[in-house]
Design a protein around this ligand. Structure first.
Ligand code: FE2
Length: 109
């Protein structure tokens, strides 16, 4: 659990560094940090249930994360469009490629 907590915190730091280097505005940096914070939330439940961090075994930790985000109503403070972007990023963060119909919105920067 400590490994995954530390990983998540490093991803939060790194995504902010990357976002700043790209010139993202505060709104987009906040969105990126939220995605980083939640991207591996399924790992904690995966380990609690199965005692493993193996990818996609016995289930996809990204999909598990989506279930947790929904069940815990973690995005209730976000507008629906922003919540959908966060869910999409979490769902596909561990995929080799994004689906062609990936949702895009203009950058606020
Ligand atoms: Fe992950």
């Amino acid at each position: 659990m400590d490994l995954k907590r530390d990983h998540t915190l490093r991803v939060c730091e790194n995504i902010l560094d990357i976002g700043r280097s790209l010139g993202l505005c505060a709104i987009d940096l906040h969105l990126a940090e939220t995605i980083a914070l939640l991207h591996d939330i399924g790992r904690f439940e995966q380990y609690r249930r199965y005692k493993t961090f193996l990818d996609h075994q016995p289930e996809d930790h990204a999909a598990l994360g989506i279930t947790i985000i929904h069940n815990q109503k973690l995005l209730s403070a976000f507008d629906p469009e922003t919540a959908e972007i966060i869910l999409h990023a979490v769902k596909y963060h561990n995929r080799f490629a994004l689906p062609k119909e990936t949702n895009r919105r203009p950058c606020f920067s």
